[in-house]
Ligand binder design. Structure first.
Ligand code: GTP
Ligand code: MG
Length: 462
């Protein structure tokens, strides 16, 4: 798959703005010679050397460090030079210009977004999931997302995908052999061990799919919506979770009208949290609009906190039509919260405790809040494995990985049915399709459109 690139590319690798240092990166066959023209011969590999950086007329632009990473032991797999100069945009642009001029403009050009990473991928320095993890690491908006991206960068997604692929190949060999030698005494296709291995593959794919789904949620930021009847303490709960007064709280039912969005971080996991208008019968057009918007939030929410006053907790479908059972679609992931624990009597506390899946707390005193935070991460599948029931740590993943794994699952399912019907040919086709879908994840099988779509979203210089 290795691709020789004739172009030498350069880019400013540090972000725009001023800083202590700024880094320029050059990669390709001319990297050494253009830098030599600017700053003298390359230092020993991976050693920093203090140099003067000169423009084409020989005038000194800046003084800084020059580093040399000879091929193939560099990020891109090509000869790479790095110039560490002072971190001013004009200095860096002058240096970049000088690089282009030293290269006569023909063979050294500005890198496209993500082109260094693309070359790293094309030169087999990393697979696609790792290249994507580099971008996810840079764009991570929470500490948990950083850790997850780091796991994928170390092969957290690639390794299980490759293992699945290996098992799939073995299975295909088995099926194809049965097709090639139909006269053999043993009926391979009817062999139950074949079905067992297929089932094991299906199981592993389903687990990986779940893990990848969690990874997507972690990276994109999960969405949490607070819903429930008026005056239950929804806005108070939002404020308690955020540990600041973001929403207006009063004892007047119908206080919240608009949808209020805030960013919450629990144990380093970024979550978008939404407070909404209380749901009840109302003729007030403003309140009705608020309720309409509240219900719209249901569609995009990964998790709903359904908040009620513990003293008026609905234990079954609400009579007035505003209970959790009535309002929330069955597929909705929900945590039912009984708030105002500090005001409840023994019977009410007992009643809430007896209601399955109800978490009692007080937004006012903070009692039960920590349990709620744990429950939120657990329900989202983003909890620290140390105290959650999920297996393994979360790794960074993207929607395209999830889509591919869904395809794999469907293909395996189809293959199983074909085998049961004795149709080895069709089963073999399904297994091949599954193998292709897996290959797309790691990039072992790809087309230029896919690479373009992935790398164009990277930043320049990466
Ligand atoms: N004692 C006690 N009072 C609470 C608690 N949570 C909320 N309250 C009070 O209950 C009243 C309503 O609280 P809000 O947070 O505005 O309730 P809400 O569900 O957002 O109400 P709407 O916006 O009208 O739908 C306020 O007076 C709060 O101070 C609690 O845990 N204990
Ligand atoms: Mg409110």
């Amino acid at each position: 798959m290795s691709t020789a690139h004739s172009d030498t590319i350069c880019a400013i690798a540090t972000p725009p703005g001023s800083g202590g240092i700024g880094v320029l990166r050059v990669s390709g066959p001319l990297a050494v010679s253009v830098c030599a023209a600017m700053a003298g011969p390359p230092p020993p590999p991976r050693c920093a050397s203090l140099r003067r950086f000169r423009d084409a007329s020989g005038e000194v632009i800046d003084q800084g460090l020059l580093l040399y990473f000879p091929a193939p032991h560099s990020f891109t797999g090509e000869d790479v030079m790095e110039l560490h100069a002072h971190g001013g945009m004009v200095i860096l642009q002058c240096l970049q210009q000088a690089l282009l001029e030293h290269g006569n403009g023909q063979t050294v050009r500005l890198a496209r977004p993500g082109e260094f990473s693309e070359r790293a991928f094309l030169n087999d320095k990393m697979d696609l999931t790792q290249a994507e993890a580099v971008a996810d690491l840079i764009n991570a908006s929470s500490t948990a997302a950083v850790k997850a991206a780091q796991r994928s960068l170390q092969g957290g997604l690639r390794d299980p995908v490759q293992s699945l692929q290996q098992q799939l190949i073995e299975l295909r060999v088995w099926v194809e052999a049965a097709l090639d030698f139909p006269d053999e005494d043993i009926d391979f296709i009817a062999d139950t061990r074949l079905q067992q291995r297929l089932q094991s593959l299906q199981q592993q794919t389903a687990e990986l799919l779940q893990q990848a789904g969690r990874g997507v949620r972690l990276l994109q930021g999960a969405r949490l919506a607070i819903l429930g009847p008026p005056n239950a303490g929804k806005s108070s709960l939002l404020n308690a979770l955020l540990k600041r007064d973001a929403a207006i709280v009063t004892d007047i039912p119908g206080t919240t009208r608009d949808v209020l969005r805030e960013r919450l971080e629990i144990d380093g996991v970024g979550i978008e949290i939404v407070d909404t208008a209380g749901l009840r019968d109302s003729t007030d057009p403003v309140e009705r609009e608020g309720m309409r918007r509240a219900r719209l939030e249901l569609a995009g929410a990964d998790l709903v906190l359904w908040v009620e006053d513990i003293r008026t907790l609905q234990t079954s479908s609400s009579e007035n039509g505003f209970g959790a059972d009535h309002e929330l679609p069955p597929e909705c992931t929900v945590i039912r919260v009984a708030n105002k624990l500090d005001l409840a009597n023994e019977d009410q506390i007992q009643n809430a405790g007896d209601s399955a899946g109800v978490l009692s707390l007080s937004a006012r005193t903070g009692a039960g809040l920590e349990q709620l935070e744990h429950a939120i991460l657990n329900k989202l599948g983003l909890a620290d494995p140390a105290w959650s029931d999920q297996a393994g740590q979360v790794m960074a993943a993207r929607p395209r990985h999830v889509a591919a794994l869904q395809h794999v699952g469907e293909n395996l399912q189809q293959a199983g049915e074909c085998l049961l019907q004795g149709s080895g040919e069709l089963a073999a086709e399904e297994l091949l399709a599954a193998q292709h879908a897996l290959s797309e994840i790691t990039g072992a099988y790809h087309n230029d459109d896919l690479l373009g779509a992935i790398f164009s979203s990277f930043c320049i210089g990466k």
